[in-house]
Write a protein that binds this ligand. Structure first.
Ligand code: CAA
Length: 703
């Protein structure tokens, strides 16, 4: 038998083990091996039932994602055909689902007439996260098994369903007592089926999935959900496929699903989301560290500063059971910080995401102090104080005195030079940047700033720690603003300038949200604080602002005390969280344009798109060239997870690749030549972009 499956006949049972590490992805070789094994079992008169299981415990994580977009994806035997054939075998098949059955893996299990899990089993149809829909019968077979509503919910959310819930829903028929007993229990189940003369496939609980579903179910679902889908294609295709399950007999429904799947697979959105999937896995691979790099134990964490940021950071550790001590200068600030954390957890309790007991457990892991001496036994200290170099350096001098040898000393700075912070300590090898994004307990991005002298084991430990608290850690070198905020700078600069030239904040934001960004740049600045943005800009003015018009609108709003949402006024006016255009801001832009001799004119949306996006992309390419970012996929992850860039566009670098690097370069040159002095000052193409285009490259890499 092929080495990708194990095959054994025992006691009238054929045991077929999937053996393609690490996750039994159903690529062509495994599909062929599985089909052959099933045919062999079917034609062996000694076999009366078949058990399919994961040879290493894990059942199957679905189709092989590396095949999508290539001929291998549907190479014979293709997955839908293999699974259709399995449903037509005349012996009962039992899927023994250890650990995971995702996507095509769950579809394989659904093609089996019977399914058994174990207590740790999780099942799901996460294809939507790859811009796809289940394409091997899942959209037709799951509604017939558990009903339309639950099936649609699983496919639209892409969420993993734990074992107990899978049992309640009827996705699995029973659970083994433990993972170790799964195979034995599956065999027992198969023998029971033989003994009772059970059919190869039992009848489906929802054979007519439309029955019992309200006539306006799909219509209402669409009205409620569609606004959240923005311009994403996959949810719409999932929806159509599930509708087909209600309208068409199985065979026609499967044909419809296949057509929709192929449409999704060929889409740019799916290509982008697949790029993101692999970028997330690549991001963990960092030159100079590997599995043999030693790790430092992190059993206790300290956070300096109990403000919104410090509190949010602390919650991440309490959430995974690590004790955290918060340090503040004043008792009342400490109390406020701890109260705020309790309130935030309280919201999760109200939403049913956390129990009261869990809230108390987490609060019990959090303690406060006003005394640096209490930080002596911390393994990791994260500083989250005011964003000013001298203040942070003072904190690090103190940490150097009080912390135990080997403690990792991290700064949460968003723009300062981590080398200069490390330099005030006697142990720069232990210092690293850990840039969390606000709200730090929610946002998934963690920029890990690898300073000049940061030790390899410090980097390896923080990357692992980042993943263990559910973040996506991305390594950045030291520069102003690291990857994310450095790219934000030219992007925000263009947005400001466009308003001077005649656009409105709402128009600029509208172009960006029209691309499906979570929010436009002005809404974001109002949320983050016009003051915060001003102070960072002001501290770096000499280095970055060599033009009088540079972010002048933001400077003036700061001078007027219009700090954004928190003061009810910024680039917009606010009533609560409701945002309104403010004609005073337009009048201010008109006045500033007059003073600065900027000619006002109607600005079209295409220009807004090009100037904001191309400058963002250009800076990203420059960061790659400088080695600040290790790869373009890392830059994409930063902007998707920290700045709300839509994953279905793949991040700004992937967006540029899909858009055409030559077109991006031509656009930058166009504005360099058409915007006079301003254009000549700011629209300089990154040398790497020029080299890539000259070399005829269509993907962004260092050359
Ligand atoms: N195809 C190809 N490779 C896969 C894969 C898949 N379905 N799933 C995981 N891998 C690879 C990863 O790329 C990674 O490779 P490297 O070590 O070379 O980087 C390796 O397996 C291990 O993966 P992770 O690092 O992600 O390991 P993990 O333990 O953190 O997570 C997992 C495991 C939960 C299975 C996660 O990998 C995952 O979510 N995989 C994708 C599952 C999925 O989306 N399945 C649906 C596929 S589409 C489909 O099935 C369409 C259909 O209807 C036919």
């Amino acid at each position: 038998m092929n080495s990708l499956v194990t095959y054994q006949v025992e006691d009238n049972l054929a045991l077929i083990g999937l053996a393609r590490p690490p996750v039994n992805a159903l690529g062509q070789p495994l599909r062929a091996a599985l089909l052959q094994a099933c045919e062999q079992a079917n034609s062996d008169p000694a076999v009366r039932a078949i058990v399919i299981f994961g040879a290493s415990g894990l059942f199957c994580a679905g189709a092989d994602i590396t095949e999508f977009g290539s001929p291998a994806s549907f190479a014979t035997p293709n997955l839908p055909d293999v699974l259709l054939r399995l449903t037509r075998l005349d012996k009962p098949l039992v899927a023994a689902i250890g650990k995971l059955a995702l996507g095509g893996g769950l579809e394989l299990a659904l093609a089996c007439g019977y399914r058994i899990g174990e207590p740790q089993t999780r099942v799901g149809l996460p294809e939507i996260n790859l811009g796809l829909l289940p394409g091997a019968g899942g959209t037709q077979r799951l509604p017939r098994l558990i009903g339309v509503q639950a099936a649609l919910e699983m496919m639209i959310s892409g969420a993993q369903v734990p074992a107990k819930r899978a049992l309640e829903l009827g996705i699995v028929d029973r659970l083994a007592g433990s993972a170790e007993h799964l195979l034995a229990s599956a065999c027992e189940y198969a023998r029971e089926l033989i003994a009772s003369g059970a059919p190869a496939r039992p009848s489906e609980p929802f054979a007519d999935p439309a029955k019992g579903v309200a006539a306006d179910f799909f219509e209402r679902y669409c009205v409620e959900q569609e606004p959240r889908w923005k311009s994403r294609l996959a949810p719409r295709l999932v929806f159509s496929a599930v509708q087909a399950a209600c309208l068409l007999p199985l065979e026609q429904g499967l044909a419809r699903e296949l057509a929709l799947f192929k449409q999704a697979e060929a889409s740019r959105q799916s290509e982008a989301l697949r790029h993101v999937f692999f970028a997330e896995r690549e991001a963990g691979k960092v030159p100079g560290i590997d599995a043999s790099t030693p790790l430092r134990p992190i059993a206790k964490v300290a956070v300096i500063g109990a403000g919104t940021m410090g509190g949010g950071i602390a919650m991440n550790f309490a959430n995974v059971g690590i004790p955290v001590i918060l340090l503040e200068r004043q008792g009342d600030a400490l109390d406020r910080g701890l109260t705020q954390i309790r309130q935030t957890y309280g919201i999760s309790v109200k939403r049913g995401k956390l129990s009261e007991a869990q809230l108390e457990q987490r609060m019990a892991l959090l303690s406060g102090t006003l005394d640096y001496a209490d930080l002596a036994d911390a393994d990791l200290v994260i500083e989250a104080v005011f964003e000013k170099l001298q203040i942070k350096q003072e904190v690090f001098r103190t940490l150097d005195r009080v912390c135990k040898p080997g403690a990792i000393l991290a700064t949460n700075t968003s723009s300062l030079d981590v080398d200069q912070i490390a330099a005030v300590t006697s142990r720069p090898q232990d210092v690293i940047g850990l840039h969390f994004f606000s709200p730090a307990n929610v946002m998934r991005l963690l920029e890990v700033v690898n300073a000049r002298e940061t030790a390899a084991d410090v980097l390896a430990t923080t990357l692992k720690m980042g993943r263990s608290i559910g973040k996506i850690p991305v390594v950045s070198g030291v520069c102003f603003g690291f990857i994310g905020n450095r790219m934000l700078e030219p992007y925000a600069r263009e947005a400001h300038r466009l308003v001077l030239e005649g656009a409105t904040p709402a128009q600029v934001d509208g172009v960006l949200t029209g691309l499906d960004l979570n929010m436009g740049v002005f809404t974001m600045l109002d949320l983050a604080g016009v003051d915060v943005n001003f102070l960072v800009r002001d501290a770096n003015r000499a280095a970055i602002a060599h033009d009088d018009s540079y972010c002048r609108l933001g400077d003036e709003l700061y001078a007027l005390g219009r700090y954004g949402q928190k003061t009810g006024r910024g680039f917009y006016q606010y009533e609560g969280r409701e945002r309104h255009n403010d004609y005073e801001v337009i009048a201010l832009a008109e006045r500033l344009a007059g003073e600065l001799h900027v000619t006002r004119r109607p600005v079209d949306d295409g220009e807004i798109h090009a100037r904001c996006l191309f400058m963002l992309i250009n800076e990203g390419i420059q960061l790659l060239d400088e080695g600040i970012a290790l790869r373009s996929g890392d830059i994409d992850l930063v902007w998707i997870n920290g700045y709300g860039f839509p994953a279905h566009l793949g991040g700004p670098m992937h967006y540029a690749e899909q858009y055409g690097l030559d077109k991006v370069l031509a656009g930058i040159r166009h504005y360099r030549d058409s915007l006079g002095d301003y254009g000549r000052m700011w629209f300089t193409p990154a040398p790497l972009l020029e080299r890539l285009v000259a070399a005829g490259k269509t993907t962004i890499e260092r050359i």
